[in-house]
Design a protein around this ligand. Sequence first.
Ligand code: P61
Length: 890
Amino acid sequence: MPSPQSPNHEPHKIKTVRLLAFPSLSERKKHLAEAHFNVFHLTPSQVTFDLCSTGTSAMSQEQLAGQFIGDEAYADARNFEALCQAVSEVLGHEYVCPTHNGLGAVKLVVATMVPPGSKLPSNARTRIDVLTPRDVTVPDCRDPSAERFTGNMDLGALEAVLSKETVGIVGLQAFADGQHPFSLANLQAVHALAHRYDARLVLDGSRVIENAWFIQQHEPGMASRSIAEIVRRIAKTVDIFQMDAGQDAKANTGGFLSTDDPDLYEKLMNEVVVYEGLHTYGGMAGRTLEVVARGLREMCDEDEVRWVMHQTERFTERLREAGVPLERGCDGAYLRADAFLPHLEAHQQDALSAALYLQCGVRAVAPGLVGRDALLPVQIPRLAMTNEQLDQVADAIIHLHQQRDRVGALEPVAEGRWRDQMRYRWVFPDLAPFSFDTYPFVIHTIERVGLLGREARERAIRAAGYNTFLLRSADVTIDLLTDSGTSAMSTDQWAAYDAARATAATSDAYHRFVSSLQEVLGYEHILPTHQGRAAEHILSQILIRDGQIVPGNMYFTTTKLHQEMAGGVFADVIVDQAHEPASDFPWKGNIDLDKLKALVEKHGPEQIAYISFEHSVNMAGGQPVSMENMKAVYAYCSAHKIPVMFDATRMAENAFMIQQRDPRYAETPIRDIIREMMAYGDGCTVSGKKDYLINIGGVLAFRDNATWRAQAEEMLRVYEGNVTDGGLPAADLAAIAQGVQEMLDDQYIRSRVKQTELLGTLLLEAGVPIVTPPGSHAIFLDAKRFLPHIDQDAFPAQRLAAEIYVETGVRVMERGNVSKGRNPETGENYRPALELVRLTIPRRVYTNDHMRAVAEGIIRVYERREQIGGLRFVYEPKRLRFFQARFEPV
Ligand code: P61
């Protein structure tokens, strides 16, 4: 049932990621055997995608931050007050009884409101698991004739129970068993009926959001109501609202009961101290109270709800279309193991779980009692996975379905009432494995983004003087301004960051930083700097004598500025193809050796300070240098005693291009390609804010020249900080040491560059002029061909960047006439050959759905390109004018 308003991308970006494990087939066999073929006993580090939705959601950055806010006081902590406040705002209830999780809440309800031996009519069958052992029977009162709202109660059946049996409470579940939503009308009728027989209505609202969404979509008169409004009406209809906070509140644990009834509250309050903890924390840590409070407030966000539900619908639909037997769940697809593996007589769910893990490393686990039903829930952790990943998980399941006949029976060797007690023997079926080709991480936290409407964006760009650098980030939906310092760090990086011991002298993290980079670069001398331009400053000052020439493969703004400030004269020796946006030459970053030789012959080698050799040349469109070219330049320069200094800022991405485009390196790991690349140079500067997957940091490194090192250290002390920190805290050095390792992961770098390629391909297919071939960190639009009717002095790229923001909320960067500046001698604009707009992709921050949305928006701009005019300056700074300049339309 596709939603009429399916969103086309996440309403947020990725803030932090958790790296995934990809166990090999033989490792999976080993893990499975050790777990006695019961996937419950596998651990996440043995699993690629763990498809359980309780306690596994990605949090918002505010929720994560909440872990560190408030107090761990025993009595009436501020966090408890925050939770009460949130419950009051979201559910409208006055009283809150906290519990350690959903089961803790069940315990209190049963102890206070359910007489032993009584009946507890419900719409949920899964409740039997924990209620039967407590001497409570759960009559099934679900309305079997309900078509849409399959979680509705049959009022006749309910009345029959109420009138004949002892009933303390009627216990409803929102989206019962994960599959059966109720309607608001039915809930209200159940409430009235229960009260007529003096029973109370308790609602397990752990999945109230999914149920509210379903009501909004399908219940007459509800389409115009917000999720928040529907949730509140649901809560206000029941006597007690029960929550497992690991579900919709996206916490990793926690729970509570809330009510407006002071008498019920009093009972709960007196009971909670016996089983859970004091009535103001109920068995939750203070941090959990805070995370739950924040999660509750956020869970009604319409855009987020729509995204979560869209993912479920899409996932289920893909499986259904391929004929996989399933029931649709509110949080995923519940596979019908009996129909999936009809040739097995018993333990079909566990056999299906084991086969799925064996085939692809995905875990789906059926909880609860043995033999309760035949479903295997494949649940999507909220906000944690991309559609691309989910598509691949679906494909893996489809692939397994096609070879289902090969899956043999599990033979029990130990049995129990509960599924976690089962142990089996199994003959590994001969399944064709499925491997994932996707980003090697799941989303750990998200960051909400600006979602302005078009008119508001028009106002914003005017206020910013048509300069995207001057837009507020809060007004931007997808930020492709730069890949610099914008990466999502991994939880491993954060762990290293938090664990680093700060010091004003030498840190342990410094030593890790040095050894990590020595190994990656193969250079002896590793000097930290606060970012790239600081390294460029130092390098330029120690290696350039006044009037010397610095040949390079196209300029970069900061690099060239520092060379000039040191008295150098930059000379561009990049191959001609780099200046031709439409050329398909694969190595547009190469140095033209003839141009270099001519320069050396004209001025003499001693007049050349060094070669400024950039990987993945930024201003050329993120274009790579070939290994051959590095080799040849180094051979020539070594013979003439000219140092070769790399700008290795994007070396890993350059290495990937070599792996892709040079057949000799197709099987060589990125790590080894980088070592060879770096062997053809004498040192490097690095802006760590790019490939190193960090938010701040830089490096200056020399292969073996101790004199340069000593000179550089002298400058570090004066301009940056200690020689052992370069002005960075130990924490950032630790994050860099870890980030450098993550950068070398072949699957990471592949999915990274493939994402850029995807954006490029979508634009090319629509005829939008871009620099070809697509680069690794960015796609560059060719503004000269995009807006041929605008003269370069009316800044077509600047205007195009502004127009893209207005059309789509996407922020991009001009790289053309404005960036290049004026010739100081003539005072004229340089009018460079390349008049480009850069769409730069931050690392691990956006999904392929974001890329598709960007492409669609730009294609819309392209279709109305003739109506777009030029700009003129209203304010023009002297140096690096592009940062602060302001414009108005001509
Ligand atoms: C960027 F508009 N790049 O691409 P720092 N070398 C290279 C870079 O790409 C680079 C630096 C050195 C940025 C940020 C930026 O005019 C601009 O760590 C190949 O930024 O000091 C930076 O490293 C400088 C954007 C820099 C600009 C200057 O978005």
